[in-house]
Design a protein around this ligand. Structure first.
Ligand code: SF4
Ligand code: SF4
Length: 258
C-alpha cells in the first residue's frame, strides 16, 4: 500500500493535469504487440458497482465473488475496508478474467480497466495540492497504445468506454468513503467496518439483512422502494449508501418507525 501511496504522490506532483477537453493519442487492439500484457500483476481496487457488475456477469452471488476473486489489503492508515481483484497464482500473476482474445468480462470490466490509459485524481487527493479533480495519463512502459495514431479527448474516451454509469455510482460511493467523518480522523468501530463492507461489497448479504431481519419493522421505507431494492442490486446499493450515512455518520437519511 505504501507503494501505491508513493505513486499517488508522484502523480500529484509531476504528472501533467488534463481536463475533459484535453487531447491524447491512444489505441488498443488485438494486433498490437503488447496485447494482454497489461492484464497481469496489476493492482485493481474494485468499487461497489464493479462488484455488482462482475458478480452479475459471472452469475454468482456477491459472497462467492468476494471469496473467489478478491482480497482485502490491510493497512492501518485505511479508514474503511477496500477490496482488490486477486491475480492468479501463475508465473505472470494473470488477471482471472484475461483470455486469448482479451478481457472475457469486457462489457462489465472494472472502472479502472475502462479508464486506462487515463487516471483521475480525486478532489481529496488533488486538494492536498490546492486543486480540484483532474485527469492524467498513466505511464505504463509495457503499453504501446500511446504510440498509435488515434486522437481522443478525455470526454470522448469517457463516453466511448461507457464510464458514465460507473462515475455516477462512484460519486455516491465517494460521499461515504471520503466523508468528513474520516477527515476529522475518526475511525469506524469493527461492527461499523463490517456494515460498510457488507453494504458496499456484499450486496446479496445486505439484501438478506434488509429483508430477513427486523429492519423493515424498524425503519420507514416507501413500498415502491421496497419493490425496487428487492430485485435490483444497483437500487439496493443506492439505498445502502443512504443507510450507511445514517448508521455510520448519524445523518438523517433514514426515518425510524414510532
Ligand atoms: S478485468 Fe479484464 S481488462 Fe481488467 S485486468 Fe482483467 S482481463 Fe484485463
Ligand atoms: S498494454 Fe496498452 S495497448 Fe497493450 S493491450 Fe494493454 S491497454 Fe492495450
Amino acid at each position: 500500500m505504501d507503494e501505491i501511496e508513493n505513486l499517488k504522490e508522484i502523480i500529484l506532483k509531476e504528472y501533467p493535469r488534463l481536463n475533459k477537453e484535453s487531447k491524447f493519442k491512444f489505441s488498443c487492439h488485438k494486433g498490437i504487440s503488447c496485447f494482454n500484457k497489461c492484464c497481469s500483476d496489476v493492482n485493481i481496487f474494485l468499487t461497489p458497482y464493479d462488484v455488482i457488475r462482475l458478480k452479475t456477469r459471472l452469475n454468482i452471488s456477491s459472497q462467492e465473488f468476494l471469496d473467489k476473486y478478491t482480497f482485502l489489503p490491510i493497512d492501518e492508515k485505511q479508514n474503511h475496508p477496500v477490496v482488490m481483484l486477486k491475480m492468479e497464482s501463475d508465473e505472470n500473476k494473470s488477471c482471472p478474467f484475461v483470455g486469448d482474445n482479451g478481457c472475457t468480462v469486457y462489457e462489465d470490466r472494472p472502472w479502472s480497466c475502462r479508464m486506462f490509459p487515463l487516471g483521475v485524481a480525486s478532489p481529496k487527493d488533488a486538494g492536498k495540492h490546492g486543486e480540484g479533480e483532474f485527469y492524467f495519463i498513466l505511464q505504463e512502459p509495457v503499453c504501446k497504445g500511446y504510440e498509435e495514431n488515434k486522437d481522443w479527448t478525455v470526454a470522448k474516451w469517457i463516453s466511448d468506454q461507457s464510464i458514465e454509469e460507473y462515475t455516477e455510482m462512484g460519486e455516491l460511493f465517494k460521499d461515504i468513503s471520503l466523508h468528513d467523518y474520516f477527515k476529522k480522523g475518526k475511525q469506524l468501530e469493527p461492527a461499523k467496518q463490517e456494515m460498510f463492507y457488507t453494504v458496499c461489497f456484499n450486496i446479496d448479504k445486505f439484501r438478506e439483512f434488509v429483508f430477513e431481519s427486523s429492519f423493515l419493522k424498524r425503519f420507514i421505507v416507501d413500498e415502491k422502494i421496497i419493490g425496487r431494492i428487492r430485485e435490483d442490486d444497483k437500487e439496493l446499493l443506492i439505498f445502502g449508501f443512504n443507510w450507511l450515512r445514517y448508521c455510520l455518520f448519524g445523518e438523517e437519511t433514514m426515518k425510524v418507525k414510532k
